[in-house]
Write a protein that binds this ligand. Structure first.
Ligand code: BES
Ligand code: MN
Ligand code: ZN
Length: 468
């Protein structure tokens, strides 16, 4: 069930009261009594409907937990509102909460995020839709909350869609649809045309699939605005290639286009809010498949940049397709170049599923991002582009190997590999995302998840503002 956010409190709408465990005492007589009877705790995520004399719901209590010292937990307090979705009885409601319940726009966002379901393949989809409308408060920016939710839902839907319905061709169609919605200029280079136009590594990784590899490219915004280019790893399925993954590691690999999905979500946000930038989106879309034409361990590939790359492992494919796309992006010297990719298992070992590492040598961008990350409760953490590890990518016969021999610092060395293809961009940042929520939470079920895009958007918004 999804909650509809309304811009005005409806006549006769009932209050949803945000309550801390300590705040239970200040409830009115009947609410306080009912809360005690029902042992409502006020813990984060606890919820109670308070009935009137005829049993009809007259108000609702939402627990937001005790005040938090930890910055991440504190930032996530408004996400308690995600628990309302699926629980609020039908009809009109309005939020009554103070600053202790966190940013009002984030509360509104949480109410929408919590109602997300991926129902494309479920026969009963949509039948249990209750009609619930909530006024989130005067201070909540409804349009912003809806833009954010739409961007997150786009990323989730794309990641959740299995590869039989979302190969490179369908990823192209999804990007085209988004571009068309905002009047962006769209082009794509497909199959052998990639060789003719000098994207040899995108071709090599994707050529074994029945669905041709391609490079998706769209641009939007006034031509002389600062250039912001987003590059997303669009590996629609990652078998590992000839260095095939064991089945347990392959099971979730429909999500290996999570970087592309995030970039499309972020692009939607940037275009919908009309940030004053010249946006360019590049997505190398491929399936890392196995056939007689697959690239092999030991092959040496030419890259767009001219560097030769020895293939130590065909499962390190993301960095190869990204390298050619980053090279193209870099050619026009963008102000900001951002890439997002489900690049390494090592990033998960280091920081777990919820906190994507990012890499950048732009100290100012990194500091703004770290601050925005906490402010909008979208966790990211900077890891170092530690140059001494770059030599572990050396090859005896080519300019570079796509993997290290010792296997240490896998996320860092992947980032260093990419850095070697970026020269001119004034500022470059790489995000090694997971793209998946492994445990259900108030703001979303298990499945595809947008990561880092709200934090990046906040930074871009501060820096560039909107078209007046
Ligand atoms: N798509 C995977 C990385 C991945 C695996 C992300 C699991 C999230 C969850 C990537 O293409 C890959 O296979 N990376 C290898 C690199 C290795 C061969 C150097 C990895 O991380 O094991
Ligand atoms: Mn791989
Ligand atoms: Zn991959």
């Amino acid at each position: 069930m999804t909650i509809k956010l309304t811009s005005r409190p409806a006549a006769g709408s009932r209050p949803i009261r945000a309550v801390t465990p300590a705040g239970l005492d200040s409830l009115s007589g009947s609410e306080s009594k009912w809360a005690k009877t029902m042992r409502f705790s006020g813990e984060a995520g606890s919820f109670l409907v308070v009935p009137g004399e005829g049993g009809e719901p007259v108000s609702a209590l939402l627990g937001i937990g005790a005040s938090q010292k930890d910055a991440w937990r504190k930032a996530a307090v408004p996400f308690s509102f995600g628990a309302l979705s699926g629980k609020l009885p039908a009809g009109q409601w309005h939020v009554e909460a103070d600053d202790g319940a966190g940013d009002p726009t984030l509360r509104a966002l949480a109410m929408r995020l919590g109602g997300y379901r991926f129902s494309r393949y479920k026969a009963a989809a949509g039948k249990d839709e209750a009609d619930v409308e909530v006024f989130a408060g005067e201070e909540a920016d409804l349009e912003e909350a809806n833009r954010l939710a739409d961007a997150v839902f786009l990323a989730r839907d794309l990641i959740n869609t299995p590869t039989n319905d979302l190969g490179p061709a369908e990823l192209e169609a999804a990007a085209r649809k988004l571009a068309d919605e905002f009047g962006a200029e769209f082009s794509v280079i497909t199959g052998d045309e990639l060789l003719a136009r000098n994207f040899p590594m995108i071709h090599a990784v994707g050529r074994a699939s029945a669905d041709a590899p391609r490079l998706i490219d769209f641009s939007c915004g006034r031509a002389d605005a600062p250039k912001v280019t987003l590059v997303g790893k669009g590996v629609c399925f990652d078998t590992g290639g000839l260095d095939i993954k064991p089945s347990s590691s392959m099971l979730l690999m429909k999500k290996d286009m999570g970087g592309a999905a995030n970039v499309l979500g972020l692009a939607r946000l940037i275009m919908a809010s009309r940030l004053d930038v010249r946006l360019r989106v590049l997505i190398p879309a491929v399936e890392n498949s196995i056939s007689a034409s697959a690239f092999r361990p030991g092959d040496v590939l030419q890259s767009r940049k001219g560097k030769t790359v020895e293939i130590g492992n065909t499962d390190a494919e993301g960095r190869l397709v990204l390298a050619d796309a980053l090279t193209l992006a870099d050619e026009e010297t963008p102000e900001i170049l951002i890439d997002m990719a489900t690049l390494t298992g090592a990033a998960r070992v280091a920081l777990g599923p919820d906190m994507p590492p990012f890499y950048s040598s732009d100290a100012e961008f990194s500091a703004s991002l770290a601050a925005a990350s906490v402010a909008v409760a979208d966790p990211v953490w900077q890891l170092p582009l530690y140059q001494p590890y770059a030599e572990n990518l050396s090859s005896k016969i080519a300019d570079i190997n796509n993997v290290t021999s010792d296997g240490f610092a896998g996320s860092i060395t992947a980032a260093l590999f990419l850095e070697g293809f970026v020269e001119r961009a004034k500022s470059w940042a790489h995000f090694d995302v997971y793209g998946w929520r492994p445990k259900a939470s108030p703001i979303g079920p298990v499945g595809g998840e947008a990561q880092a895009i709200r934090a990046i958007y906040a930074v871009l918004q501060q820096r560039f503002g909107t078209v007046s």
